[in-house]
Design a protein around this ligand. Structure first.
Ligand code: EPZ
Length: 422
C-alpha cells in the first residue's frame, strides 16, 4: 500500500505546475456519450478518477485512449449496455454523470445509486427530480436508478440547492431534449461553465452556464469536440495553502487566479502575499500566519474542497480561526488526524474552532478522503519530524504526483510502500 513520507519544516521555493481540473474533466468525459465520432480532451490530469471514468466509458461501448495529458474517446462500433454498474460507480460517485447523457441519447440508462461516502450521504434526488421534469420515467430498485424516455422534452427546473453534478447532468440531458429548458438555482462553479463551453462546441445551445440560471435549447444531434481543459483551482489552491504554511516563495504556474478569488482573499488576510504574474501566480509569506475565519459556500463562496487544506494552514497560525462547513455533513475527517499531530481543534456541530499552535509534530496519520489527505500533507510539510500519510490512494484520486511537484520546490517528501496492517 502506498504511503507518503514527509519530513517537515522546510520552506518551499521554486515553480510548481497546476494540472487540468479533475472536476471539469469528469463531466466532459461523460459528455462524449452525447455524440458519435472521436473527441479529444487536452490538459487532462493523470488521476485515478480519470482512469475510473475511462473504464466506465469502455463498459458503455466507447473506445478510450488515455495518453495523459490527452484522452481520446471514440464512439466505437457498438453501444454497450447503457448501464453503469455498482462495481464502477462505488469507486467514484461522479459516475452518476453518465445518467443524463445516456437517457438523452439512447432513451434508457441504468446507473447504480452512488451511495454515500466519507464526507456525507451525497443524495442525487435533485438529479432524478430534474430528469423526471424533462419527461424521464425514473424507477429506483435494487440499488439502481433506471431512467427511460423516448425523447426528453424541455422543462423548467428549480433546484432546491445549487448542485454541481446535478446542474451538469441536467445540462447534458437538456442538450438533446426537444425544446427549451430553463434551470434555476444552478451551481455556478467554473467547472459547470466549462461544461457549457464544451456542449456549445458540440453544437448545443446552452446559455448562462456559470450563472444561477441556465437556458438550454435542445438540438437533435451533437458532434464530437477537441477541447483543452481549464486548470484545477483546488489543486492550485492547495499549493497556495502549502506555501502559506511552510513560508517561502513559489510561482504557481497556470494558477486560475479569477476562479480562486474567495480563497485568495482569505489567504491574503492570513498574511500570504499573492500576486498575478501573467498566467501564473506568485505566493510567498514573510509575516507570521494570522488566524482567519472561513465559512464554506457554493461558488463564488469559499469552496468546501479547500476547507480541509485551509484548516491545516490555520493549525499553526497566530490566534484563533473558526471554520464552518455548510455543504457536507461530515467533512471534518481530517481533524482527528491533525489532533494526533498536536493541533488544537474543537468541533461543535459543523464548526471547527482552531487555536493556532507553535508547531505541529510529525506522526503516522491516515487519509480518509481526497481533500483530508491534502490537509495531512500540508500539516506534514510544517510539522517537526517525520509524517507518514497512509492510504494515499485517496490523494491519487485528485492530485497528479503531488509528492513529485512538492519535492521540486524543496519539500522533503517521497512515496513509500508500507504494509497496511489494518
Ligand atoms: C461536486 O460534488 C464535486 N465533485 C465535489 O468535489 C465538491 O465538493 C462538490 O461538488 C461541492 O462543490 C465533482 O464535481 C465531481 P453537490 P457534487 O451536488 O456535485 C446536496 C472533490 O473533492 N445535494 O454540489 O456531488 C449535497 O448533499 C469532490 O473533488 C442534494 O441534497 O456535490 C450537498 O450538501 C468532493 N441532492 C450539496 O447539495 C442532490 O441531488 C452540494 O452537493 C445533489 C446534491
Amino acid at each position: 500500500m502506498d504511503a507518503i513520507r514527509i519530513r517537515g519544516t522546510r520552506k518551499l521555493e521554486g515553480r510548481i505546475q497546476v494540472s487540468g481540473a479533475k472536476n471539469a474533466a469528469l463531466p466532459i468525459l461523460c459528455a462524449t456519450l452525447l455524440s458519435d465520432g472521436e473527441s479529444l480532451l487536452r490538459n487532462v490530469p493523470g488521476l485515478r478518477d480519470i482512469e475510473t471514468t475511462a473504464a466506465l466509458l469502455r463498459f458503455l461501448g466507447r473506445e478510450v485512449t488515455v495518453g495523459i495529458p490527452q484522452v481520446r474517446v471514440h464512439a466505437g462500433h457498438r453501444n454497450g449496455l447503457a448501464e453503469a454498474p455498482y462495481e464502477l460507480v462505488r469507486q467514484m460517485r461522479a459516475s452518476v454523470l453518465v445518467l443524463g447523457p445516456l437517457v438523452a441519447r439512447f432513451g434508457r440508462a441504468k446507473v447504480s445509486l452512488p451511495g454515500g461516502c466519507q464526507i456525507g450521504a451525497r443524495p442525487v434526488d435533485q438529479h432524478l427530480l430534474g430528469l423526471e421534469a424533462l419527461g424521464a420515467k425514473i424507477t429506483v430498485e435494487h440499488g439502481y436508478i433506471l431512467a427511460e424516455a423516448a425523447r426528453l422534452r424541455g422543462a423548467e427546473v428549480v433546484f432546491d440547492m445549487p448542485t454541481v453534478t446535478g446542474t451538469e447532468n441536467l445540462m447534458m440531458a437538456a442538450a438533446l431534449a426537444k425544446g427549451r429548458s430553463t434551470f434555476v438555482n444552478c451551481a455556478r462553479e467554473p467547472e459547470v461553465e466549462e461544461l457549457g463551453r464544451v456542449l456549445n462546441k458540440m453544437g448545443a445551445r446552452v446559455e448562462g452556464a456559470g450563472t444561477s440560471v441556465i437556458h438550454v435549447d435542445g438540438v437533435d444531434e451533437l458532434a464530437p469536440f477537441d477541447h483543452t481543459i481549464i486548470a484545477d483551482r483546488i489543486e492550485a489552491g492547495t499549493f497556495l495553502a502549502a506555501v502559506g504554511a511552510t513560508g517561502g516563495n513559489v510561482l504557481v504556474q497556470g494558477c486560475p487566479f479569477d476562479d480562486l478569488e474567495p480563497v485568495i482573499a482569505k489567504l491574503r488576510k492570513a498574511n500570504l502575499e499573492i500576486e498575478r504574474e501573467g498566467k501564473d501566480v506568485r505566493v510567498s509569506r514573510e509575516k507570521p500566519l494570522r488566524g482567519v475565519d472561513v465559512t464554506t459556500a457554493p461558488h463564488p463562496g469559499f469552496p468546501t474542497d479547500m476547507q480541509a487544506q485551509f484548516m491545516a494552514l490555520m493549525a499553526c497560525a497566530e490566534g484563533r480561526s473558526v471554520l464552518t462547513e455548510t455543504i457536507f455533513e461530515n467533512r471534518f475527517m481530517h481533524v482527528p488526524e491533525l489532533l494526533r499531530m498536536g493541533a488544537d481543534i474543537e468541533i461543535h456541530s459543523n464548526t471547527a474552532i482552531v487555536g493556532g499552535v507553535e508547531m505541529l509534530s510529525g506522526a503516522s496519520v491516515m487519509a480518509t478522503d481526497l481533500r483530508a489527505s491534502a490537509s495531512l500533507v500540508i500539516a506534514g510539510l510544517v510539522a517537526d519530524g517525520e509524517t507518514i500519510v497512509r492510504r494515499v490512494y485517496h490523494l491519487d484520486r485528485g492530485y497528479q504526483a503531488i509528492e513529485k511537484k512538492l519535492a521540486l520546490v524543496g519539500a522533503d517528501i517521497e512515496r513509500i510502500n508500507i504494509a497496511d496492517e489494518d
